[in-house]
Ligand binder design. Structure first.
Ligand SMILES: Cc1cc2nc3c(=O)[nH]c(=O)nc-3n(C[C@H](O)[C@H](O)[C@H](O)COP(=O)(O)OP(=O)(O)OC[C@H]3O[C@@H](n4cnc5c(N)ncnc54)[C@H](O)[C@@H]3O)c2cc1C
Length: 398
C-alpha cells in the first residue's frame, strides 16, 4: 500500500492523542503512514493544571512538555501557526509561508478566549485560561486579604463545565485554612432546563457539589445572560442580578480559531464553533477532514473538555485507519471518567456517552455520576496529568 499522509493541526490534547494513536497503530499493522503535526507553540500544555498554577503556585514547567518530542513517536512536528485551510484543494498554509497537502486532515486547534463578546470583560478581572494569566491570578490570590470574590462564567458552553465549582470550593477551603474571610459567589448561566451548573450533570454529582457549597457557604447564582462587567465600579451585571466584587475570576467565552472562521468550517447554527458530524467527527462535506478539537464538540452533542477530546481523537484516528485499509472497525466516543478537585478533597466522575441514531448526536449529560470521593483523588488527578506530560519528556534519554 502506498504511503498515506495525515496532517494534524494543533499540538494540544486532540493533536497529541490523534497523532500518537495513528503512529502507534501504523507500527502495529506495519503500514506506512506519514503523520505531520503543525502547531503554533513549542509546548504541549495540560490546561487543567493551570488551576494548580493559580491556586498552589505550581511552576509552569510542571504543566508543559516540548511538543517536538512527539518526533520520538515518529510524528514530524512543525512549529508554525496555521494561516489557512483549503479543504477543497487539500491544502494548508502557515504564517511562515509553508504549504502542506494531505490525504487526511485532523484539526484540533482548541478555542480562543473571546473576551470582547461582552462589554468590560476584557478589562475586568483575572483568569487562569492561559499560562501567563494563571501566574497573574496566583499573585492576586497570594496577596488577597479578604472580601467578595465573584467567579463568573458568561455563557454556555465553556471549557470544563465544572471549573467554576471546582475553583470556588478549592479557594473556599484554602482561604479558610489561611484564615482569610472571603464571600465567594459563582455566577454562571442557567441551563436550558432551568438547572444550575451544579445540577447539570444529574443528581449524584449535584449532591456532591451541594454538600461542599453549603459546607463553605459558597453561593451559586444562575444568571439569564451577562449584560456587562463594569471594571470601574467593580460590578457584574446580568439580566437578573448584580454582583459587586473585590476580586473577579472570569471564564472565557469560546471563540473560533482564525483559520476555522470561514464559510467552509463555521457551524451555521452557532458560529462560535466549527462544524463536525457525529459519530466520527468528520466534516459534513469533506470526508477526509476530521475535527476533534473543543471548537467542534457542540455540533456533535459533546462539550468542551479534554476527556471528550481524548475519545473524539481516537474515534477519528480509527476512522482514518479503517478508511485506509480496513485497519480498524468504526468506533464511537466512549464513556469518559474525569478526576476533579472539590474543596480540599477530590472525586472521580463518569459520564456514559452514547450515540443516538435518531438524532445523529451524542448524548451524555444526564448520565453522569460520582464513582469515588476521597482526598486521594487529588493525587490521582495530578498523577494523571503528569503521565501525559512524562510521555513527552526524555531528559537525558537518547
Ligand atoms: C483552566 C482549564 C481547566 C480545565 N480543566 C479540565 C478538566 O479538569 N477536565 C477536562 O477534561 N478538561 C479540562 N479543560 C479543558 C481541556 O483542556 C480542553 O478541552 C482540551 O485541552 C481541548 O483540546 P484541543 O486539542 O481542542 O485544544 P488545546 O488542548 O487547547 O490545544 C490547541 C492547540 O492548537 C494550537 N493552535 C491554536 N491555534 C493554532 C494555529 N493557528 N496554528 C497552529 N496551532 C494552533 C495551540 O497552540 C494548541 O497546541 C480545562 C481547560 C482549562 C483552560
Amino acid at each position: 500500500m502506498a504511503s498515506k499522509k495525515v496532517l494534524v493541526l494543533g499540538g494540544g490534547t486532540g493533536g497529541y492523542v490523534a497523532s500518537t494513536y495513528l503512529k502507534d497503530a501504523a507500527r502495529e499493522y506495519g503500514v506506512d503512514l506519514d503523520v505531520t503535526l503543525v502547531t503554533n507553540s513549542e509546548w504541549f500544555y495540560m490546561p487543567p493544571l493551570w488551576l494548580d498554577v493559580a491556586v498552589e503556585g505550581l511552576a509552569l514547567d510542571e504543566t508543559r512538555a516540548p511538543i517536538r518530542n512527539l518526533s520520538k513517536y515518529g510524528v514530524d512536528v512543525v512549529v508554525d501557526p496555521v494561516a489557512s485551510i483549503d479543504p477543497a484543494n487539500r491544502l494548508v498554509t502557515t504564517e511562515g509561508g509553508r504549504a502542506f497537502d494531505y490525504d487526511y486532515l485532523v484539526i484540533a486547534m482548541g478555542v480562543t478566549n473571546a473576551w470582547s463578546r461582552y462589554e468590560g470583560l476584557s478589562e475586568a478581572g483575572l483568569h487562569n485560561y492561559d499560562p501567563e494569566s494563571a501566574l497573574r491570578l496566583h499573585e492576586a490570590l497570594a496577596s488577597f486579604r479578604g472580601g467578595r470574590v465573584v467567579i463568573l462564567a458568561p455563557e454556555m458552553p465553556y471549557r470544563c463545565g465544572i471549573y467554576p465549582l471546582e475553583m470556588s470550593t478549592v479557594l473556599a477551603a484554602k482561604f479558610s485554612k489561611r484564615g482569610v474571610r472571603a464571600d465567594i459567589t459563582v455566577v454562571a448561566p442557567r441551563m436550558p432546563n432551568g438547572a444550575t451548573i451544579a445540577e447539570a450533570l444529574g443528581p449524584s454529582i449535584s449532591r456532591l457539589w451541594r454538600k461542599y457549597l453549603d459546607k463553605y457557604g459558597v453561593k451559586l447564582v444562575a444568571h439569564d445572560g451577562l449584560e456587562r462587567v463594569d471594571p470601574e465600579r467593580r460590578v457584574v451585571v446580568t439580566r437578573n442580578s448584580e454582583h459587586e466584587y473585590d476580586l473577579l475570576i472570569k471564564v472565557p467565552p469560546p471563540g473560533l480559531p482564525g483559520p476555522l472562521d470561514t464559510p467552509e468550517f463555521r457551524f451555521e447554527q452557532d458560529p462560535r464553533f466549527a462544524k463536525a458530524r457525529a459519530p466520527d467527527f468528520r466534516h459534513p462535506t469533506y470526508d477526509d477532514v476530521y475535527l476533534v478539537g473543543d471548537h467542534s464538540m457542540p455540533p456533535t452533542g459533546l462539550t468542551l473538555a479534554g476527556v471528550f477530546i481524548h475519545t473524539a481523537a481516537i474515534v477519528a484516528a480509527k476512522s482514518i485507519l479503517g478508511d485506509i485499509d480496513g485497519l480498524a472497525e468504526p468506533a464511537y466516543a466512549a464513556p469518559v471518567t474525569c478526576a476533579a478537585y472539590v474543596a480540599d478533597s477530590g472525586w472521580l466522575g463518569t459520564c456514559e456517552v452514547a450515540y443516538d441514531t435518531s438524532t445523529g448526536m451524542y448524548t451524555w449529560n444526564d448520565k453522569c455520576y460520582v464513582t469515588m470521593e476521597s482526598p486521594l483523588i487529588r493525587l490521582v488527578k495530578k498523577g494523571f496529568y503528569a503521565g501525559w506530560l512524562s510521555r513527552l519528556r526524555f531528559d537525558g534519554v537518547a
